[in-house]
Design a binder for this molecule. Structure first.
Ligand code: SF4
Length: 342
């Protein structure tokens, strides 16, 4: 470790300007804070957080939709962290307190088991290329799903296109890369390294990025060789597109990103909760979902602010009383900073 930190310091000194590296994976956000890596960086190397937490990027509209479905009597299942994300109509946890039938699950198989007892169960599907194959598998087995699944690369491309923030390099997500492989990243003309999740992985990846930046290279390198193959996992990737079409995706912090969402194909429309329960969803007033609050999750997701720059951080918004999704999710920047930054 000492050796790699020395190498980082040496190359950063040679670069002689501020360098902005964004990690775009919730697990990296957590690891960087847990190992104190931000503090180990030379002054001119800035590590920023990006849109890598699936719970955090789920739009307010989608949360309000699923809470309304639950309140109208439809049983709902989803992954644990999503239960506490507050929407305009409350969170799923609060809907459960009001009598709605809601299940927190750890796996898609659990949702399939619950569906045997509650055939009209709706699974609130979220996440990127890592979780979408499992949801696709469950849809093929007959599970009804409200999909908020997203493709990850369009968000990275959107960050570069919007250009609000200087990004010299991306620490690319390890888990997503195990599915999509290396090729798709090549469409982006920016320095990129696919990184694993140990402290050493991340430090080596930062060094590789700094080396690229110093050499003025904008290529994709793979540090996470033990898990990420060049071709990814074609079988899992194919499973996604057997069941989902690429559509516009609604992201917290961005709004609509074209061609970034996964919607259930017509062939499986009887398992698409957005079609099956259209009448209920058409009754929901989503104008409130877009109401501005003082929560800065949107800016944090785009790397424009750090959690400490939100006036509610640690004062009003805590892990026990989260105001926004970035404080709810264990991979959310606010929650991570809350736990690790003193
Ligand atoms: Fe939102 Fe809380 Fe984070 Fe502020 S500290 S941005 S209110 S989640």
């Amino acid at each position: 470790m000492k050796n790699i930190i020395e190498k980082i310091n040496k190359i950063a000194e040679k670069i002689k300007k501020d360098v902005y590296i964004m990690e775009v994976c919730g697990t990296h956000t957590e690891a960087v804070a847990r190992y104190g890596l931000r503090e180990l960086m030379p002054k001119n190397v800035k590590l920023t957080t990006g849109p890598g937490c699936p719970v955090c990027v789920t739009s307010q509209e989608d949360i309000d939709a699923i809470v309304n479905l639950a309140l109208s009597g439809i049983p709902v299942a989803t992954y644990g962290d999503m239960m506490r994300v507050p929407g305009y109509y409350g969170s799923l946890d609060q809907a459960r307190e009001k009598g709605a039938l809601i299940f927190a699950v750890y796996s898609i198989d659990e949702a399939l088991t619950i569906q045997k007892k509650y055939p009209n169960l709706v699974f609130f599907g979220l996440g990127f290329e890592t979780t979408a194959p499992m949801t696709a598998y469950a849809i093929k087995k007959g599970l009804t799903v409200y999909s908020t699944h997203k493709l990850f690369l369009p968000a990275m491309q959107a960050l570069l296109k919007i250009g609000e923030l200087k990004i010299d390099g991306f620490l690319c997500p390890g888990h997503v890369s195990t599915i999509i492989g290396i090729e798709p990243y090549k469409s982006m003309k920016v320095s990129q390294v696919i990184s694993g999740f140990t402290a050493e992985d991340i430090l080596v990846s930062v060094y590789m990025l700094l080396k690229q930046i110093f050499d003025n290279k904008k290529i994709v390198e793979n540090e996470y060789l033990r898990s990420v193959k060049k071709e990814g996992n074609p079988k899992a990737y194919q499973e996604i597109f057997d069941v989902f079409d690429i559509a516009n995706g609604n992201w917290r912090g961005f709004g609509i990103i074209p061609q970034s969402g996964l919607e259930i194909k017509n062939k499986y429309k009887k398992f698409n909760a957005k079609i099956k329960y259209k009448k209920i969803l058409d009754q929901v007033d989503f104008s409130f979902s877009r109401k501005l609050t003082s929560c800065k999750c949107g800016e944090i997701i785009r790397g424009l602010k750090s959690p400490q720059e939100c006036s509610l951080f640690k004062k009003v918004c805590t892990s026990e009383n989260p105001i926004g999704p970035c404080m709810v999710s264990s991979e959310g920047a606010c929650n991570v900073f809350f736990r690790y930054m003193k």
